[in-house]
Design a protein around this ligand. Structure first.
Ligand SMILES: CC(C)(COP(=O)(O)OP(=O)(O)OC[C@H]1O[C@@H](n2cnc3c(N)ncnc32)[C@H](O)[C@@H]1OP(=O)(O)O)[C@@H](O)C(=O)NCCC(=O)NCCS
Length: 409
């Protein structure tokens, strides 16, 4: 496969054309695309001397319990209308994973257009995310928020810092380049933000960024909400409530660890009486992001679990291998390993005949390791098998909080 680095002068028009064709770029928002592409790495494949397939990625970090692991967020994969179904996107994404892994990413993640496609490159499906849509006047938060400050697209640098410094939980990721936040803010329709700064440092401590199709009555879409303490989160929810005299519906992704329905008055009644309305209160769930381990030994070395230690043979298959030729800067993780999980975890290449064996794809292994689903469940629905006793030990050792990326891209 012949790919090359994106060259802004040469490829800008062709890549913008791809993004127009797939509906990611509205007229007048071209700056946001350029910012997005220039924030990290972009690679393309040419057809007849023009870029017809493009993949972008940015560096960041991902929380595994209390450890921060180097992360690569694959922020876009797109093939133009004339170059579909030739395997370009699959091969280019595989190459992007290989380059990013060779440069230090331990874990890679992306948002999917559909389940199954990126499994072919070794990705495994993440947790369900809950999208809630509620009438802000029905929030039960009683506190009175302080007077907030307005946040506009000019505040992108401060907003980015606030995102990086937000409260983090297991699975949460950061994308490091500040211009990725600027691009996201510029692409938000009717975007506006409200938040609070620390008086002494002027740091933006908590805020939300929001868009709306209909500014007058909503729905408003909270693109992200960041906070560092419980009190700050509740203050932001009180601020959202304060918009409720005018705005009939607010949509937001549930922040990690929060059950938003707890903060709503008579939520079940609201779900019933607003059914099929333009302002329907509802909670919907979907698993739309995927992750994969790129560096197994480093990920295992940074895995510190509280349960008992468990040792096993790991027979791992990685479908990315077949998509990368020998010139690729990194290759997949297919192999036989002896693995241990516990307070101190690790792997070595080889087989120990005295141990039970886990046979698994890298996608399913990543899901188990990350805590998306326990081993006994993955043995039913994914490509993972092992003796029942080992599955149960793995369940016990890998009792993790539900992972949430907490940053859509
Ligand atoms: C998704 C997209 C990048 C694929 O581009 P592409 O270059 O045509 O993809 P490929 O040729 O590598 O793969 C297409 C193959 O995957 C298969 N495929 C599609 N969805 C699949 C799924 N959910 N599971 C498994 N296979 C799938 C197709 O059937 C096709 O197989 P075929 O050629 O045997 O018919 C392209 O449709 C696109 O640009 N869409 C809009 C942007 C987008 O949604 N990007 C992805 C989110 S980041």
């Amino acid at each position: 496969m012949k790919y090359r680095q994106y060259d802004h002068k040469r490829d800008k028009k062709a890549v913008q054309r791809i993004w127009h064709e797939i509906g990611w770029l509205e007229k007048g928002k071209e700056e946001a695309v350029s910012l997005h592409i220039k924030s990290g790495r972009a690679i393309i494949i040419e057809v007849n001397n023009e870029a017809e397939c493009c993949a972008t990625a940015v560096p960041g970090g991902i929380h595994y319990l209390n450890e921060e692991l180097p992360f690569s967020g694959i922020t876009g994969v797109a093939t133009s209308r004339i170059a579909r179904k030739q395997g370009l996107a699959k091969q280019l994404t595989a190459m992007m994973v290989a380059i990013e892994a060779s440069e230090g990413a331990l874990v890679s993640g992306l948002g999917v257009f559909e389940q199954g496609y990126y499994d072919q490159i070794g990705f495994g499906t993440g947790s369900y995310e809950h999208y809630t849509a509620f009438d802000p006047s029905q929030l039960s938060v009683r506190i009175k928020p302080h007077l907030p400050r307005r946040i506009t697209t000019d505040d992108w640098a401060m907003v980015h810092s606030a995102r990086l410094n937000r409260f983090r939980s297991h699975g949460s990721c950061n994308l490091n380049p500040p211009k990725i936040t600027k691009a996201a803010m510029l692409s938000t329709k009717n975007g506006f933000g409200l938040g609070y700064c620390d008086n002494s440092t002027n740091e933006l401590t908590h805020h939300f960024w929001c868009g709306a199709d209909n500014v007058e009555q909503g729905p408003y879409n909270i693109e992200w909400i960041t906070f560092q303490t419980r009190e700050q989160f509740l203050e932001l929810m009180a601020l959202i409530k304060s918009l409720g005299d005018q705005v009939h519906l607010v949509k937001m992704r549930e922040p990690p660890g929060i059950q938003l329905q707890d903060l709503l008055e008579k939520p079940l009644r609201q779900y019933r009486v607003t059914e099929k309305s333009r302002f329907q209160s509802i909670v919907q769930a979907a698993a739309y992001w995927q992750v994969r381990i790129c560096n197994l030994s480093e990920c295992m070395a940074q895995t510190h679990l509280q349960g008992d230690k468990v040792r096993f043979n790991l027979r791992l298959s990685d479908p990315i291998d077949s998509l990368l030729d020998e010139k690729a800067p990194w290759h997949g993780l297919t192999g036989n390993y002896v693995a241990r999980l516990g307070p101190s975890s690790g792997i070595e290449t080889g087989i120990d005949k005295t141990l039970p064996t886990l046979v698994v794809t890298i996608g399913a292994f990543t899901r188990m390791w990350f805590g998306v689903r326990p081993a006994t469940s993955l043995a039913i629905t994914d490509q993972l098998s092992a003796p029942q006793e080992l599955l149960e030990k793995l369940d016990w050792t890998l009792r993790l909080p539900e992972p949430k990326l907490d940053w859509d891209f």
